[in-house]
Design a binder for this molecule. Structure first.
Ligand code: PEP
Length: 258
C-alpha cells in the first residue's frame, strides 16, 4: 500500500503565497515510489496550482478541503466536486472543523463521499472523537457512528477507494488545550477502524483501505506515528504551513516506509 503525506492548509496562504510554497516544494522533493504527496490549498488557489503542477508534469497531488455534495444548482456560494473534477485528485471530507463549526452531519458526509466517488475524486474521510467524548468513554461508539454514518451507502468495492483519516479532535493543534496522542492511542483507534471495516465490508476491504493519522504531527513526532501498525500516512495541518517542516516530514516518510 502507498504512504500518503497530505498537507491541509486550511484558510491560510494567498494564491501567490500558495504558488511560491509549491514552487519550493517541487524544487526540494524528489518523487519516491509508493509515496503520495498532496496539498489541500484554499479553493481559489486550486486552479492556479493545477496549472503550475501540470506545466512541470509534477506528481504532487492536489486535494480540496471541502465541497458541496450536489453536482450543480442553486446553492449560492458553494463549489461542487463536479466543478473540481480534473483539478483535484483528493477531497477532505468531514474534517472536525466542518463538523463542529459548520454543522456538517453524517448524512451530509455520506452524500459527499458518494459525490466524490461518482466524480472520480478520492475522499479523505476524517473521523475522530472530541475530548469530552473520550473522557466519557465514548470513543468507540463515536468512531463507529462516524464510520457507519458516512459510508452507509457505499459498497465494499467503493470503500476501497476511500481514505480514512483518524483525527482525534483533542489532538488537533488549533484546539485550545490540544495534547499529543500517543502512538498507542493511535494504534488502538486504527485497530478499531479496521475491525469495523472488516465487520461491514470483510477482511480484504478492511486491509486495503488506507488509514492516515492526523493531529499535531510535526517533524519530531512524524516518525513515531508513521511506524504505528496499520497507519498508511499522515494528514498534517499546522506543520504543513511551514514548507521546511512539511518537506522534513516527507523525507522522513521516505526513510521510514522504504
Ligand atoms: C488537521 O486539522 O487536520 C490537523 C491534523 O491539524 P494539526 O496538524 O495542526 O493538528
Amino acid at each position: 500500500m502507498k504512504t500518503y503525506i497530505v498537507g491541509n492548509w486550511k484558510m491560510n496562504l494567498t494564491v501567490g503565497e500558495s504558488s511560491i510554497y509549491l514552487q519550493k516544494l517541487l524544487k526540494r522533493i524528489k518523487p519516491a515510489k509508493g509515496l503520495e504527496i498532496a496539498v489541500a490549498p484554499s479553493a481559489i488557489a486550486i486552479q492556479p496550482l493545477r496549472i503550475q503542477l501540470d506545466r512541470l508534469k509534477s506528481k504532487v497531488k492536489l486535494s480540496a478541503q471541502n465541497f458541496y455534495q450536489k453536482d450543480y444548482g442553486a446553492y449560492t456560494g458553494e463549489v461542487s466536486i463536479m466543478q473540481l473534477r480534473g483539478l483535484v485528485d483528493y477531497a477532505i471530507i468531514g474534517h472536525s472543523e466542518r463538523r463542529y463549526i459548520f454543522g456538517e452531519t453524517n448524512k451530509d458526509l455520506c452524500q459527499k463521499v458518494a459525490a466524490a466517488l461518482r466524480n472520480n475524486v478520492t475522499p479523505i474521510l476524517c473521523i475522530g472523537e472530541t475530548e469530552n467524548e473520550r473522557s466519557f468513554g465514548e470513543t468507540v461508539s463515536v468512531i463507529r457512528d462516524q464510520l457507519h454514518g458516512a459510508l452507509s451507502e457505499i459498497d465494499a468495492d467503493d470503500v476501497k477507494k476511500v481514505i480514512i483519516a483518524y483525527e482525534p479532535v483533542w489532538a488537533i493543534s488549533s484546539n485550545k488545550n490540544a495534547r499529543l496522542a500517543s502512538p498507542d492511542d493511535v494504534a488502538e483507534s486504527v485497530r478499531l477502524i479496521r475491525s469495523e471495516l472488516k465487520e461491514i465490508y470483510g477482511k480484504e476491504t478492511a486491509e486495503e483501505t488506507p488509514i492516515l493519522y492526523g493531529g499535531s504531527v510535526n517533524p519530531n513526532n512524524a516518525g513515531a506515528y508513521l511506524t504505528v501498525p496499520g497507519v498508511n500516512g499522515l494528514l498534517i495541518g499546522g506543520s504543513s504551513l511551514i514548507s521546511d517542516h512539511f518537506i522534513d516530514i516527507i523525507e522522513l516518510a521516505k526513510r521510514v516506509k522504504s
